[in-house]
Design a protein around this ligand. Structure first.
Ligand code: VGL
Ligand code: ZN
Length: 212
C-alpha cells in the first residue's frame, strides 16, 4: 500500500487536469473543484516525482457539443464509441486551459517532471492520461513511467468520474499499482457517473484512500 506521508522511490503523484475551466466559474465547472488545490499541494510536497496532465483541446474537438450543434451533456456515437458532448473547455492557449493559480503558486507547475497534454487530436477525445478514448492510441505516459522505473501511481485532481477514473483504470491495466485520493478529487456526477466510477475503481483493483 502506498504511504502518502512517506512515498517510496518508485511512487509518482499524477495530478489530473487541475485547470481553471474545471473549477467554479470555468467552462466545465466541477462542483468544489477549486477546494482540492491546497490538499493537492500538500500531498505533492512529499513526492519526488510529480506529473501534471492538462486537458488541451482544439476548437473543433469532436467532444465539443458546439462542433455538432448539439446540447452540452448529450451524447453521440463517435467512430470509437460513445462520447459525451461537453461545453467548449480547455481550448488550447485559452485562459481556462491554464493551471489553477494555487497549483502555480504552490510550485507544482515548476516542479512537475512531465506536463502531459491530452485531447489535442480533433477526432478523438482523451480522458485517460494513458490512452485516448479509442482505447488504443497511447499517450506515451506508460512508456515514460516504465523507463523511469516508476511503478506506483497516486491520482488526484479533476474530474474523479472521468479523467481521474479512466487514468487510474488504465494504470492498472498497464501493470502499475494505482491509488486514488478521493478527498483530493471532485466529480462532475452526471447520470450516476460518480457511483459508476467508484464501483469500477473498486472492481478493477484501484486502491482508494483519503489524505486529510
Ligand atoms: C474531463 C470531461 C471532459 C476531465 C475532461 O478532466 O475529467 N472531463 N474533459
Ligand atoms: Zn476535455
Amino acid at each position: 500500500m502506498i504511504d502518502l506521508n512517506n512515498p517510496a522511490d518508485g511512487d509518482v503523484l499524477i495530478v489530473i487536469d487541475p485547470q481553471i475551466d474545471f473549477c467554479p466559474g470555468g467552462a466545465l465547472a466541477v462542483p468544489g473543484g477549486d477546494e482540492i488545490m491546497p490538499l493537492v499541494n500538500r500531498i505533492a510536497e512529499r513526492f519526488a516525482h510529480v506529473v501534471l496532465t492538462q486537458d488541451w483541446h482544439p476548437r473543433n474537438q469532436i467532444s465539443f457539443a458546439s462542433t455538432h450543434g448539439a446540447e452540452p451533456f448529450s451524447t453521440m456515437t463517435a467512430p470509437y464509441g460513445e462520447q459525451v458532448l461537453w461545453p467548449d473547455h480547455c481550448v488550447q492557449g485559452s485562459p481556462g486551459a491554464d493551471f489553477h493559480p494555487l497549483i502555480k503558486s504552490g510550485g507544482l507547475v515548476d516542479r512537475a517532471e512531465v506536463i502531459l497534454r491530452k485531447g489535442y487530436n480533433p477526432a478523438v477525445d482523451s480522458y485517460s492520461a494513458f490512452f485516448e478514448n479509442d482505447k488504443t492510441t497511447a499517450t506515451g505516459l506508460a512508456g515514460y513511467l516504465r523507463d523511469r522505473r516508476l511503478t506506483r501511481c497516486v491520482f488526484v485532481g479533476l474530474a474523479l468520474d472521468f479523467c481521474v477514473r479512466y487514468s487510474a483504470e488504465d494504470a492498472v491495466s498497464e501493470g502499475f499499482e494505482a491509488m486514488v485520493v478521493t478527498d483530493a478529487a471532485r466529480a462532475i456526477d452526471m447520470n450516476g457517473s460518480l457511483d459508476a466510477a467508484m464501483l469500477a475503481l473498486r472492481t478493477q483493483g484501484v486502491a482508494l484512500a483519503t489524505a486529510a
